[in-house]
Design a protein around this ligand. Structure first.
Ligand code: ZN
Length: 313
């Protein structure tokens, strides 16, 4: 049995949130359906922020409901606050990704409160989630952004990451995600942070969210794998540039991540050739969006036998 790794598409949220052109709802749903058909089983499809704040997510309801109709797909959405959690529960979304910054300055700029107040908000969200009947209760994820560096503060103390990870776990998070929001991390730092967090949060699963802004993305995945992490966020074509680094790469590239894992003998469940085909939907819909990806440029190695194919055979 090959070890299963969960790869989670975040491009529709992380990738599109800073893109100025609205992607038509039908195109978002075509992207979601095609990527699910390629074998990606979890997709963060939108963000429940007020549409006035980010017009790209004005169609959050339609995208959520369309995605939920796809069999076998876990549909996740980002929530900044309790109101977002309420919207998600009303829509029947499967997973709520709450996010706060470990960096005090980043959290103040982003949600106008210190991190400690965000933990208090998270407690109220968990209370709301856990008060739902079991069949209407989404999975609640506690996300820690800027955990491996911050564009305002630079290095972030590992002890602060562990502190907030522990607090979110104790508040009742079903899962945690530790994020290198601005692509500052390197494999040594990844090992240090993930080992420290995993040592404190017991059985709570911890996912990794890396950006490839400085070219260290897949090396960081490898380091996190060494620590026992088996859940990774990525975005198709590496969508998701940083507003502070114009032109830089965004999230780690889903296609390259899946190729590396597959090549290492790990089971992502993803058909690489079908995944590459999904890029056409995005390129056609948003011709001006920068698309990254080494696998799509170079193609699969000669005589490459994809793990997903071997299993299907
Ligand atoms: Zn991100």
């Amino acid at each position: 049995m090959r070890q299963k790794i969960s790869v989670r598409e975040v491009g529709l949220r992380d990738g599109l949130q800073i893109h100025p052109t609205f992607m038509p709802t039908a195109d978002k749903l075509a992207w979601i359906a095609a990527e699910a058909a390629a074998g990606v089983r979890e997709i963060e499809v939108t963000s429940y922020v007020p549409p006035k704040l980010i017009p790209q997510f004005a169609d959050a309801e339609a995208v959520t409901l369309g995605a939920i109709a796809i069999p076998g797909l876990t549909v996740a959405a980002l929530i900044p606050n309790l109101r977002g959690a309420q919207r998600g529960i009303e829509l029947g979304v499967h997973k709520l990704n709450f996010v706060m910054s470990v960096s005090e300055t980043h959290n103040l700029k982003n949600v106008r409160r210190p991190p400690a107040d965000s933990v208090t908000d998270f407690r109220a969200i968990v209370e709301l989630v856990k008060s739902q009947p079991p069949d209407k209760r989404p999975i609640i994820v506690g996300g820690l952004s800027t955990a491996l560096g911050c564009s305002y503060e630079g290095r972030i103390a590992v002890s602060q990451v562990v502190k907030y990870a522990t607090e979110l776990m104790e508040a009742g998070a079903d899962e945690l995600v530790v994020a290198d929001t601005v692509g500052y991390a390197d494999p040594r730092l990844v090992r240090e942070v993930f080992r420290a967090v995993l040592a404190e949060v017991g059985a709570t699963p911890v996912g990794a969210h890396f950006h490839d802004t400085r070219g260290t993305g897949l090396a960081n995945v490898s380091a996190a794998l060494d620590c026992g992490v088996s859940r990774f966020d990525a975005s198709l074509a590496g969508l998701g540039g940083c507003p502070f680094a114009p032109g830089a790469s965004g999230n780690i590239v889903m296609e390259d991540l899946c190729f590396m894992l597959d090549s290492m003998g790990l089971d992502t469940g993803v058909d690489l050739e079908r995944l590459i085909e999904v890029r056409k939907i995005v390129a056609h819909s948003l011709p001006d969006i920068p698309m990254q990806g080494a696998l799509a440029k170079a193609g699969l190695p000669r005589n490459y036998v994809s793990g997903a194919r071997t299993q299907a055979a």
